[in-house]
Design a protein around this ligand. Structure first.
Ligand SMILES: [Zn+2]
Length: 456
């Protein structure tokens, strides 16, 4: 008798590039049999007409601050991720850990989590801990200290690699990046947020490729959509393709929105920003009172910046066609870049994966279902060395998402960013049901995944 049997679902096979109707048997967290009429289970799900995909793997998100959620549950963000079909996620991106990695990892390890978590050690986080001015380069001795911390975080704590947030600390020199990126001698993944977006995108990508070359480590380029979709996507993708042709391990991720979100008082909105983006004041939506839901004109924009600099604003400034172009590139994965504060933030944290499947696969036909699923499962699993995940096959972890391809769609919006999607029937983590028809059944099925357990 199996623990769980899923009958009649349509399973993706990425190697054969096809969907096939089969039953799946699960025992002790693993897929143990796939076929027809495979026997019975303590629990049976009839998935007739539904897709049974590997659980989505979000290679780029930002973990929660433990102890700060609105509802008293520590997993403010991971709960939303589970609801959109994510079963494994990587935090600590863009150079930033939202708390000490050891504190976060110990918490996940001891208490469990809604999803499986991995984390990077963030360069900017280490800089902040040493009190280094973001506009100043680090000194030799500060770099040595950070290198020691990187080694501890990877070797002893189990971080999977190093993330950089170059734009956030303009004082970072190229040499500092290579020193820190090369601090750990074994295999580790690097990830970086551009030094400059829009008209600085190409130079920034060149820098990231050079870091990979000089450290001999794979490089994951962060959220290419929000940094290159200003008339620079074609050249950005060509540059990455060229580096890959030369044998370098460069890939990237993209969230499926043509808007980013940040505080209206931020330097992002300083003079000249609209020329850079080739957009005007009416591309900015204010999301908090007294201007909640209002698009700007020149007067409102200036007033909000002056009087309410902390207000979250949404900038619809990227070109959607270029975001689609990125999502279509074979080396760009779907990832959320999720970041929320007490349920507030950009809807990508609750909508990314269903949005790609609903809007860009079903409604617009920009991607095939199999190609989209591959970018959400198989490719990030391979990239991370998660050789037990990312495919529906015998012997793999039973992390699965069961959804209706005809109904799946995001419902999170810029004014209600935490809304759960539609069309996801079950989310299964390690053979147990975490979500069933939008209801959380079990919220601590996920575990901490350390680098030491990864392949390569
Ligand atoms: Zn970033």
């Amino acid at each position: 008798m199996y623990d769980l049997v899923i009958k009649n679902g349509r399973l993706p096979d990425f190697e054969k590039d096809q969907l096939a109707v089969k039953d799946i048997a699960i025992k002790q967290g693993l897929i143990v049999d796939i076929g027809e009429s495979i026997g019975s289970g303590k629990e049976i799900i009839d998935a007739r007409g539904l897709i049974v995909s590997p659980g989505f793997i979000d290679i780029h998100m930002h973990e929660e601050v433990i102890g700060h959620s609105k509802d008293g549950d520590d997993y403010d963000i991971a709960n939303k991720m589970l609801a959109m079909g994510v079963t494994t996620a990587v935090g600590g991106n863009c150079g930033n850990n939202r708390q000490n990695t050891k504190d976060f990892m110990d918490f996940v390890e001891n208490k469990g989590a809604p999803i499986n978590y991995l984390t990077y050690i963030g360069h900017n986080f280490l800089r902040n801990q040493l009190g280094i001015d973001p506009y100043e380069p680090a000194t030799k001795s500060q770099i040595e200290k950070m290198k020691e911390q990187v080694k501890i975080a990877i070797d002893q704590e189990g971080s999977i690699g190093i993330s950089f947030g170059i734009e956030y600390s303009p004082g970072i020199t190229y040499d500092e990046l290579v020193e820190i990126g090369g601090a750990y001698e074994g295999q580790a993944l690097l990830s970086a947020h551009y030094r400059r977006d829009a008209d600085g995108a190409i130079e920034s990508i060149k820098e990231m490729i050079n870091i990979s070359k000089d450290t001999k480590k794979p490089m994951q380029i962060a959220h290419i959509g929000s940094c290159s979709a200003f008339g620079h996507m074609k050249a950005s993708l060509e540059l990455i393709q060229k580096a890959r042709n030369e044998g370098l391990s460069i890939a990237g991720d993209c969230y499926p929105y043509d808007a980013f979100s940040t505080r209206i008082g931020s330097a992002v909105f300083d003079d000249g920003c609209f020329q850079t983006w080739n957009k005007s004041y009416d591309s900015i939506l204010l999301t908090e009172e007294p201007y909640k839901g209002k698009y700007c004109d020149e007067q409102l924009f200036k007033k909000a910046r002056k009087e309410y600099p902390q207000m979250l604003a949404v900038a619809f400034v990227m070109n959607e066609l270029e975001v689609i172009e990125a999502l279509q590139a074979p080396f760009i994965y779907v990832a959320s870049d999720a970041l929320m504060n007490k349920g507030q933030g950009h809807p990508r944290g609750a909508g990314t994966f269903p949005r790609v499947l609903g809007k860009y696969v079903r409604e617009q036909g920009n991607l095939t279902l199999l190609d989209a699923l591959k970018k959400m499962t198989y490719l990030p699993a391979q990239r991370l060395g998660l050789n037990q995940k990312g495919q529906v096959k015998e012997g793999m972890d039973a992390d699965l998402v069961i959804f209706d391809e005809n109904r799946i769609i995001d419902r999170a919006t810029f004014t209600e960013p935490a809304q759960a999607p539609r069309g996801i029937e079950y989310v299964i983590v390690k053979g147990n049901i975490g979500m069933k028809k939008g209801q959380m059944i079990h919220s601590r099925l996920g575990t901490l995944i350390k680098r030491q357990t990864l392949k390569g």
